[in-house]
Design a protein around this ligand. Structure first.
Ligand SMILES: Nc1ncnc2c1ncn2[C@@H]1O[C@H](COP(=O)(O)OP(=O)(O)OP(=O)(O)O)[C@@H](O)[C@H]1O
Ligand SMILES: [Mg+2]
Length: 363
């Protein structure tokens, strides 16, 4: 099936087992659920749902109000008609997840399993006992006797918070993945891998940017930042003295009393500056810390991809061709779905599609 080399499949926690599972992307502004059916290596959409969350239940990747988040999840399960119990969830954010590509002396997977805690200590800025560790050996380096390893460290308390909430909502979290890895899986089934191209997968939500750079389909760089489209909402609220809900309406291009869309768009554009600068910083960081060729294409997902002209602003600023992600490109959408709605929200479903591809037993 799909080549393991292009697909970083890490399962950090396996609690239950089951055949049918749902991809559940719990973002700070929307919960996204996707379920796929697989037949002979091709996929068909079985469920796709977007559920609005009240603001401030999740801040900087941490669950602030678990009771209300459980209620929201339960409500979504009901309205979306989710019957499946097993769920693949994910986390992200620079304060909870560390992903590093490191060079180590060549050793077997078993040997590394035993020494990973010791090896990881110098790369993880948290207490090593407070994190779940995982790794993937990428292969030998040009330097003899050395090998490349991707090290993943995730804060245990954050993982536990999410598991607890999902369980309380009545689901079984079978996999806890990382947003960037889910994006890579989404890319793997929808796009042709071109060996000479380095692709930046850029997912910009309400409060987090996930960047993953793929070389020939394999991730060589990841970086999360705590910025997102909340900056647009906050700027609109400040400028026009309006509520969060009205600012969200303006972002979607819906009319709001006493504010023209033209004025709103001007504010959105200037608030985009900070996000664009952060993207430039991340690209520069990639260029200065790796010896790989420059990025040849950006694939933009997350709610920011729906902001008018945002993709072209990235292209203009970075000089790199920027396309909006098509997470359902190779997924058949049956007629019972409202296809134009699915296409409209598709960029926001990228992580959920990646999670829906996960199966019990994946590593
Ligand atoms: N049609 C739209 N036009 C513009 N912005 C939109 C649109 N729909 C959603 N957004 C914005 O996109 C953001 C939500 O995107 P997304 O679902 O990717 O974020 P999230 O996963 O909830 O957040 P995070 O992962 O950062 O915690 C919100 O800030 C929302 O206002
Ligand atoms: Mg998100």
């Amino acid at each position: 099936m799909l080549d393991k080399i292009f697909l970083f499949w890490y399962s950090l926690v396996m609690l239950f087992s089951g055949k049918d599972s749902i991809g559940l992307d719990i973002g700070s502004s929307y919960i996204k659920a996707v379920k796929l059916k697989e037949a002979k290596g091709s996929y068909e959409l079985d469920l796709c749902h977007l559920h609005t969350l009240p603001p401030e239940l999740i801040v900087d990747g941490s669950i602030i109000d678990s009771l209300r988040l459980v209620d929201s999840l339960k409500e979504m399960i009901k309205t979306a008609g989710i019957k499946t119990k097993d769920a693949a969830i994910s986390i992200s954010g620079h304060s909870s997840v560390i992903i590093k590509r490191i060079s180590l002396p060549e050793m077997s997977e078993e040997e590394l399993s035993e020494s990973i805690k010791f090896e990881a200590e110098q790369y993880v800025p948290f207490d090593i006992d407070d994190v779940n560790l995982d790794f993937q050996i990428i292969g030998p380096k040009d330097e003899p006797g050395q090998m490349d390893v991707v090290l993943v460290a995730v804060k245990k308390d954050i993982v536990n918070e999410y598991i607890q909430v999902v369980k309380e909502a009545g689901l079984s979290p079978i996999i806890v993945d990382i947003d960037s890895f889910a994006l890579e899986n989404m890319y793997g089934i929808n796009y042709e891998i071109e060996s000479g191209k380095n692709i930046a997968l850029l997912n910009i939500g309400a409060s987090t940017i996930n960047l993953s750079i793929l070389k020939g389909g394999t991730s060589v760089f990841t970086r999360d930042s705590s910025l997102g489209s909340n900056l647009h909402s906050e700027a609109l609220q400040r400028e026009f003295n309006i509520t969060y809900e009205l600012a969200e309406k303006l972002k979607r291009g819906e009319p709001v009393e006493n504010v023209t869309l033209e004025d709103a768009n001007a504010i959105i554009e200037s608030a985009s500056e900070e996000i664009l600068s952060e993207i430039s910083r991340s690209f520069d960081y990639y260029r200065s810390t790796t010896a790989y060729e420059d990025i040849s294409e950006v694939i933009l997902s997350g709610g920011c991809a729906l902001i008018k002209n945002f993709a072209s602003m990235i292209a203009e600023r970075s000089g790199i061709e920027t396309k909006i992600a098509e997470p359902f490109r190779n997924i058949k959408i049956p007629k019972r779905f409202d296809v134009s709605y699915i296409e409209e929200i598709a960029p926001m479903m990228a992580v959920a599609v990646g999670l829906a591809l996960r199966k019990q037993g994946d590593r």
